[in-house]
Ligand binder design. Structure first.
Ligand code: KET
Length: 439
């Protein structure tokens, strides 16, 4: 017996010993660094997550109640959902962004799949486009704005489409949208290119096109045969009104063109960790045999999902259905959403006032002019690093502040630290519009 046993090998080096360490994520990695910081009074203005005025995570009361009802309901079970998720959720989610009277939905031109929040929707959507969008005979180029949410840059190559190209977006001087440059870049994009657009509350700039500018963008998209992919992570957080924040998407949907939409319920329902979102593919108005085409598209979305994660989690979808599908809950949600947007607005006013009052050099009006969850302050990477090491205040290196991370009791401390950074750290960076490579 003993002779047949394998002799113990000498301690072996792992085949993974040479794996190079990946850089930390610019947003979620920052959060880990914040959690590891043991300094009392540290402040997190990094990740875009709503906090109460006590600085605590917020579970929306309507969400809490729906969860309690789900827990008490003997019919609730833990069976698998279908590959494309809960059918009731698909419909309610598409209606939320497209509107209840949406022609494309009425004509059966909208194919919606539940997704692992906004990121999962983007990932499945771009993978689907990589497989099937062949307007120019080859896989499409994907254009993202500069600057943009940092993960856009990861998702596009990971879905197999190579590095994303960029279009100019921000006018660094005014802090608004540089519409002339944006339209020029879109006009230069090859026919069939995918254009990632932030539906509202652009992250990180807080600058959205005006309704007239959206019309100009739509004109170029149609003329050039581009495919708009709307990333909707902040519906309700731009204006506090769900319908107003969906206006850009509805304008494009009403034009009867092909388009793709991602939705997230992370921010507007506070369901971050539940990973609940949706992906919709909208087929153009003239599509013959649209039912056949829609069925085929759905089958291919499922073919992307099944080998990746099989089927989505159920809990968040059930919560969203409980909120969206019940008129009393829906009305309550709208109020709570307006309350969250209102608190962010209050923090904008308070921070601007504190910076003006303590004499921080610079014009801080952009803080109140920008909309959504973030302020794009214009602080340089060095100033951001200084705020972190000296004051234990964390924000992304592009100078983006998550406004909901501020509270009535920390605004002054943050304003004073910003004054210190602006006065004592010489700005070495390019202006804000040039910092996207640091994201
Ligand atoms: N799109 C945009 C524009 C966006 O800001 C986020 C999240 C997402 C999609 C995806 O969110 P999801 O949780 O997958 O639904 N942004 C915040 C959190 C993050 O980086 O993951 C942020 O910018 O802080």
């Amino acid at each position: 017996m003993a002779a047949t046993m394998t002799a113990p090998a000498k301690a072996a080096t792992s085949v993974f010993a040479g794996v190079p360490e990946a850089p930390p994520d610019p947003i979620l990695g920052l959060n880990s660094a914040f959690l590891a910081d043991e300094t009392p009074g540290k402040i997190s203005l990094g990740v875009g997550a709503f906090r109460t005025d006590e600085g605590k995570p917020y579970v929306l009361p309507v969400v809490k109640r729906v969860e309690q009802q789900l827990a008490a309901d003997p019919a609730t079970n833990h069976e698998y959902l279908p590959i494309d998720g809960l059918p009731a959720f698909q419909k309610l989610s598409a209606e939320l962004i497209l509107g209840k009277d949406c022609t494309a939905m009425n004509e059966g031109r909208v194919v919606t799949s539940q997704a692992l929040s906004g990121t999962g929707a983007l990932r499945v959507g771009i993978t689907f486009l990589a497989r099937f969008l062949r307007t120019s005979g080859s896989p499409p180029a994907v254009y993202i704005p500069t600057p943009t949410w940092s993960n856009h840059r990861n998702i596009v190559p990971d879905a197999g489409l190579g590095d994303a190209r960029t279009y100019r977006y921000l006018d660094a001087t005014s802090g608004g949208v540089d519409i002339t440059s944006m339209l020029a870049d879109l006009s230069d994009a090859p026919k069939g290119s995918v254009i990632v657009l932030h539906g509202c509350a652009h992250n990180p700039t807080g600058a959205d096109p005006s309704p007239a500018q959206w019309k100009e963008i739509l004109t170029v998209v149609r003329e050039r045969g581009l495919l708009p992919f709307f990333d909707n992570a902040y519906q309700g957080f731009a204006s506090g009104d769900l319908d107003a924040d969906a206006a850009s998407v509805r304008l494009f949907a009403d034009a009867g063109i092909d388009m793709v939409l991602s939705q997230s319920f992370a921010k507007n329902m506070g369901l971050y960790g539940q990973r609940i979102g949706a992906l919709s593919v909208v087929l153009a108005a003239g599509t013959p045999d649209v039912a056949v085409a829609a069925k085929a598209v759905r089958s291919q979305l499922k073919a992307v999902v099944r080998p990746m994660y099989s089927s989505p989690p159920a809990h968040g979808a059930r919560i969203a259905v409980g909120v969206l599908g019940d008129s009393a809950n829906y009305a309550e949600w709208k109020k709570e959403l307006a309350g969250m947007a209102g608190r962010i607005g209050d923090m904008r006013t308070a921070l601007k006032a504190a910076l003006d009052a303590n004499g921080t050099p610079g014009d801080w009006s952009r803080i109140v002019n920008q909309i959504g969850m973030f302020s794009y302050t214009g602080l340089s990477a060095q100033q951001v690093a200084y705020l972190r090491t000296k004051h234990h205040i964390y924000m992304t290196s592009n100078g983006r502040i998550s406004m909901a991370g501020l509270t009535t009791s920390t605004v002054q401390q943050v304003a004073d630290a910003m004054k210190d950074a602006v006065e004592n750290v010489v700005k070495q960076d390019a202006p804000v519009s040039g910092v996207q490579s640091r994201l």
